[in-house]
Design a binder for this molecule. Sequence first.
Ligand code: NI
Length: 257
Amino acid sequence: MEWIDTHCHLDEESFTQDCHDTIQRAVDAGVTRMLTIGTTLDSCRRALELAQTYGSVFAVVGLHPNYIQAAQPGDWERIVELSTAPKVVGLGETGLDKYWDHSPIELQTEYFDRHLELSRKLDLPFVVHCREAEVETVALLRRHFVQGPLRGVMHAFCGSADTAAACLEMGMYLSFGGMVTFKRNEELRQVSLAVPLDRLLVETDAPYLSPTPFRGKRNEPAHVRLTAACLAETRGVSKEVVAAATTENAQRLFRLA
Ligand code: NI
């Protein structure tokens, strides 16, 4: 069996000591490819470096909604330049976050628009972060959907059935992380059932959101199997079915070789 972790942050400080071993553990566990997601310009540069060092690592570049307040003039232009580098397979993460509320919502919206416009221009998929902003996120996506189907993914999806349906209708993929394995999240598992197998992705969001039984500990790409196993159990299908489908979906969406 083979898995692709479509969302992790290998450039985070908690991996500085053992990034190499972490990637090796993932590959040994069948996680043949992982997408490391940039959150600031510096983080995107580190993500790209990792992608250029490891065959199994790919980079996604963008400015995270929680960090755009701190972005410097010219940072966005550098992101645009990085987006055409080899092994950059997507844009983000972008989106709206009303939970942390680190950046004014107007600024978050402006950058979300920029990422989606660039996505269409370069035909690169985008990665959406949405926290306590489902209505606003769907509304913004709908404005872009007017120009045609959206090539993107809702990362670490934890929204309602309505939001899931709206995103699927616009052509998007839904990616599930460790949260879906938490005992109390039965509702989210039910939502995952409504996602067609050909739109389903898995991720870790490592070092965050460790799946059961590692909850509270540092997460890593090798653990993506546990989330995939939970989705398989929920659907009543074998792990092989979910592994094959999610791998194929990730390859299709991000055009991974
Ligand atoms: Ni993330």
